[in-house]
Design a protein around this ligand. Structure first.
Ligand SMILES: [Zn+2]
Length: 155
């Protein structure tokens, strides 16, 4: 165990979509955002301070690669004199990617749903008009018919 932990994961999403999801992730993890630079793709802040912990400083870097985007997560002890992190930095990283992966899955499902139902047209919302049929021979009727044009019986 050291006082710093860094890891990265690759995602097949565009950078701006990822940044939006990452900000949501940090909020859900209750990690504060102190600095956020959209052009460099760097976000810095602090994890929550809990009993017996001074909290950690984290940095998220979103870097565009040839076939995807790399998301780095670095966590280090906020207290400079602390030499052992008792696994907190790794824990922060695991929590971050767990929430991030879940939100990305949700985003993908939403996208897929949009593709399956591209447009809701107003007429689809109206109840479908019931088709009139002769009760004897099942021939199609006009709403004004009193006698069936097929079998001639009264309808
Ligand atoms: Zn009929």
């Amino acid at each position: 165990m050291a006082r710093e932990y860094e890891t990265f994961k690759e995602y097949l999403l565009d950078k701006s979509t990822l940044l939006t999801i990452i900000l949501k992730t940090l909020k859900l993890c209750k990690f504060s955002v102190q600095e956020w630079n959209e052009s460099t793709g760097r976000i810095q802040g602090k994890t929550r301070v809990s009993f017996g912990s001074w909290g950690e400083n984290y940095t998220v870097s979103v870097i565009k690669e040839d076939n995807g985007v790399r998301v780095f997560f670095n966590s280090k002890c906020a207290m400079p004199t602390q030499v052992i992190d008792w696994g907190k930095n790794k824990e922060n990283s695991e929590q971050f990617y767990k929430v991030l992966d879940r939100l990305i899955e949700e985003e993908k499902e939403n996208e897929a749903r949009k593709l399956r139902h591209p447009k809701v047209v107003a007429k689809d919302l109206k109840p479908k008009q019931k088709e009139l049929k002769c009760k004897h021979c099942k021939a199609k009727l006009d709403k004004d018919d009193t006698f069936c044009p097929e079998c001639g019986r009264k309808v």
